[in-house]
Design a protein around this ligand. Structure first.
Ligand code: UDX
Length: 401
């Protein structure tokens, strides 16, 4: 916000006059939405490109001079080719260079990711014109990003790298989540396993937190896109390999709910269950693909009474669960949410949940009181000593019976 305030009116302008700004621009960054297609061929897997195509057609219609078009949206590989055809067919004597510059920002850390990126990737056609256009974009980033972090390549490799980066990140989570299931059955602790393997510098320690599952607008969408592309090229084994990352995520969400039901004597009908967190991760109100959505729906199917608390995501939660308002309550105060509850399920790793007064919460709950930590953020030993029956992810449960 501070950055916007400082620059607004100086070299940052907001406008809804698309025509005028297309006409004036030398470089256009296109960051339109590319959600998963919900209809027709490829529904549920491939990206819906209608917004991108409309934008491309608008640019062609309005442009009066040569332009560099930079695609920032995540697009399935080889789309730039189609876009380029649209841009260059209505030959008004104008030339368009299409550059792929995929976005690697994560929510909640977008500004620091932008200011200090691991890498910036810029893809273009390997033609003289393409390389010149690419160099112009490199020059922009070189104002604050060290040159050795700016990678240039062909358009297809750049587009594919974005999908593959997200697929690899999600794969790490599914890998550790699959191991969490094994840890729960044996005497191992997934946190210790993650720590031990993460010390191997070839593996690295990041993105190894076992959880109720990954969410967010990118991971599932991008993997399914990758799967779709592989299937398109007849690479069925490769498609299945990556699809299994999504399947393990679904398995993990399902396992979390099954553990809850099983622990609570195989019935949760009419039991009040407090969900701590609804956002797909901490420090955002975004609930897209949040594992909490699945958890609530399953609990309601089992006739539980669910009360959701979250510091930022309640408004989105209300939207996501419009059809369940009869069965679900939304309560900003976690203490009130847990009052008279049989169980608490932690589904988002908000810091504030680590420092709540669990003794006070325990006193106001039905007994036996259960706590299912879907993010492994709480001090399980301490909470067990208070009186809770505690079920972490990937670790032995701590129970009183
Ligand atoms: C992701 C990529 O990180 C980013 O580079 C890309 O541009 C967009 O997609 P984002 O969706 O904002 O970013 O969230 P991220 O921090 O990657 O987390 C995704 C999900 O994985 C969250 O639900 C998070 O809670 C979960 N997660 C993450 C785990 O369960 N365990 C981990 O160890 C890390």
């Amino acid at each position: 916000m501070d950055i916007v305030k400082k620059s607004r009116g100086r070299n940052l302008f907001f406008s809804t006059d698309i025509e005028e700004n297309i006409r004036k621009a030398d470089i256009i960054f296109v960051s339109v939405n590319t959600p998963t297609k919900t209809y027709g061929s490829g529904a549920g897997k491939t990206a819906d490109l209608q917004y991108w195509e409309k934008t491309a057609r608008n640019i062609v219609r309005i442009a009066e001079s040569d332009k560099i078009i930079v695609e920032k949206s995540t697009l399935p590989v080889r789309t730039a080719e189609a876009m380029e055809r649209i841009l260059n067919t209505m030959n008004k004597g104008i030339h368009f260079d299409v550059i792929s510059n995929p976005e690697f920002l994560a929510e909640g850390t977008a500004i620091s990711d932008l200011e200090n990126p691991d890498r910036v990737l810029i893809g273009s056609h390997e033609t003289d014109k393409g390389r010149r256009a690419r160099e112009e974009i490199v020059e922009i980033y070189a104002n604050w990003v060290p040159r050795d972090r700016i990678i240039t390549c062909d358009v297809w490799s750049a587009e594919l790298s974005k999908l593959v980066a997200n697929a690899f990140l999600a794969q790490r989570i599914s890998s550790i989540n699959s191991i969490s299931a094994l840890c729960e059955r044996t005497q191992a602790d997934v946190k210790k396993v993650a720590h031990a393997i993460g010390m191997d510098s070839r593996i690295g320690s990041k993105f190894l937190n076992a959880s109720v599952g990954f969410g967010g607008s990118c991971f599932r969408k991008d993997i399914l896109n990758l799967v779709y592309i592989c299937e398109h090229y007849g690479l069925h084994e490769v498609a299945q390999y990556w699809e299994s990352v999504v399947k393990i995520n679904e398995y993990q969400e399902g396992r979390f709910v099954k553990t809850m039901i099983h622990a609570m004597f195989n019935t949760i009908a009419h039991k009040r269950i407090a969900l701590f967190g609804f956002a797909f991760k901490a420090n955002t109100g975004d609930t897209r693909e949040s594992p909490a959505i699945y958890v609530v729906r399953k609990l309601v199917e089992e006739h539980a009474r669910v009360v959701i608390t979250d510091p930022e995501a309640l408004r989105n939660a209300e939207q996501d669960l419009k059809d369940l308002h009869e069965y679900v309550e939304f309560e900003p105060d976690p203490y009130k949410a847990a009052r008279h509850a049989h169980a608490i399920a932690v589904t988002t790793e908000w810091d504030q949940y680590k420092t709540l007064d669990y003794k006070k919460i325990f006193e106001n709950m039905e007994k036996p009181a259960f706590l299912f930590d879907g993010r492994n953020i709480l001090d399980h030993q301490k909470i067990h000593e208070i009186g809770f029956n505690v079920y972490p992810i990937g670790k032995q449960s701590l129970v009183h019976f």
